[in-house]
Design a protein around this ligand. Structure first.
Ligand SMILES: Nc1ncnc2c1ncn2[C@@H]1O[C@H](COP(=O)(O)OP(=O)(O)OP(=O)(O)O)[C@@H](O)[C@H]1O
Length: 224
């Protein structure tokens, strides 16, 4: 599903941040990628999601070599096939719970078609699955952190993208809520057989994943 080979990326005027000789994630795999602060985790996610492109080497996601796509095609690709959970959730504060959850399907025909026109039913179903008992008309800015997080998960899951990516999804949560959140994310991805990539420096959530990788180990492959 995701494959990097001799992939290199450097921010302008910096040494290479990403230098990965060989790294793959198979369909349906649940991978935990840890790494110290500044090791390049978010940079790697921006490559896998096509926000940035590798400067040399190969990065293939879902059979497509992303750097060969024009920027707007990469945006479409991301919207169609990836669900993203941000560290600070990035909900649109003035929009309602429902509109936040539905936002991805406004931008993606593929996700829209997968939900088959039953958008409002789908929102209700997701809220139920995620045990989120909240008025769907409530503005996102008036939600608690835990509620915001569940809305962020619902937004990532709508339209059943094949790949779910979460960047430090537990950083705003304390111990118990962290565990609950990971249980939820995991069971939702298992149900859908989604490929899950979670990036974090929090090793306490690592045990349930199929695979735990350390960015420092897979990165820098050019020099070993
Ligand atoms: N937009 C940018 N422009 C220039 N350099 C950047 C940019 N974003 C990140 N970097 C640099 O790339 C390196 C890796 O940053 P990145 O954010 O990918 O690390 P990280 O592992 O996600 O860190 P953290 O755990 O602290 O979030 C850092 O040295 C950072 O300064």
């Amino acid at each position: 599903m995701i494959h990097l080979e001799n992939a290199q990326f450097a921010w302008p005027n910096e040494h290479a941040v990403i230098e990965i000789k060989n790294f793959s994630i198979n369909k349906g795999e649940k991978v935990f990628l840890k790494g110290s602060s500044g090791s390049g985790k978010t940079t790697l996610l921006s490559l896998i999601t096509g926000i940035q492109t590798v400067q040399s080497g190969l990065l293939v996601v879902r059979g497509l070599e992303l750097k060969k796509l024009k920027p707007h095609k990469r945006d479409l690709f991301r919207g169609d096939h990836i669900g993203y959970i941000f560290q600070q959730f990035n909900l649109l504060p003035w929009l309602s719970v429902e509109d936040n959850i539905l936002a991805p399907i406004l931008f993606s025909k593929v996700k829209r078609q997968k939900e088959n026109g039953h958008h409002h039913e789908k929102v209700a179903e997701l809220l139920n699955e995620l045990s989120l008992d909240v008025d769907i008309k409530k503005q996102a800015r008036n939600l608690s952190i835990g509620q915001q997080q569940r809305v962020a998960v619902a937004r990532a899951l709508i339209g059943n993208p094949e790949i779910i990516i979460a960047d430090e999804p537990t950083s705003a949560l304390d111990g118990d809520r962290r565990n609950d959140f990971m249980n939820l994310l995991f069971s939702e991805c298992e149900k859908r057989d989604s490929t899950l990539l979670v990036v974090s420096h929090d090793s306490t959530i690592a045990s349930r994943f199929n695979r735990v990788e350390e960015l420092e180990n897979i990165n820098g492959g050019f020099h070993v």
